[in-house]
Design a binder for this molecule. Sequence first.
Ligand code: SF4
Length: 230
Amino acid sequence: MNFNEFESKSAQEILQWVIGEYGQRAGLASSFGMEDMVLIDILAKLDGEITLFTLDTGRLHEETYEVMERARSKYGITIQTYFPDKGDAECLLRDKGFFSFRESVDNRKECCAIRKIEPLNRALAGLDAWVTGLRREQNVTRTDVQKVAEDSDRPSMVKINPLADWSLDKMEEYIKTNNVPINALHKKNFPSIGCAPCTRSVEPGQDLRSGRWWWENPEHKECGLHRRPE
Ligand code: SF4
């Protein structure tokens, strides 16, 4: 299959193709940020369904749980929730404390590996494709995101990013026109929302992901869920 053909397709066209090609063997990885809410809204208006899952790291904002519940209520969706391995999380906290991720990039990656990557791998087991809300303009690490591509970390899987070429303006227009519920933190200048201790608001004009792990260089600002292809 020539994945380049998808570059000229709309998000709606791509998601309808995903439903037909994979059905429940495709999973939307949702952190319930504004991009994911747009994808959930588009999917709700199409025929058919895919799997929807989220990673509950144990360190999320209250506002994130609130928007999850609003999404469940509005769209009638089933959310598969994956938690960190209990033993790994308990060892990390016992050995390194509650804020080890601020001490070094390695420590931060260790926490993300336990709280995000291992649960993601469990969520993806049994799926053939996953859908994300990645957009090229979000960060320097995402400028070459393709709409549909083989997942460089998981060669047997296809990774689908239907909003890759959407601008923030286009996102906000869609949300307003379609009355999409969004995380209350977005209105408090949090364009990108992750774990509570690793996310803060940004100033107007700042990089959209500058509020994530703000103590690190921009090149390091991925948790490992979405690595750049080598
Ligand atoms: S974002 Fe922060 S708290 Fe969340 S898993 Fe990564 S390092 Fe840990």
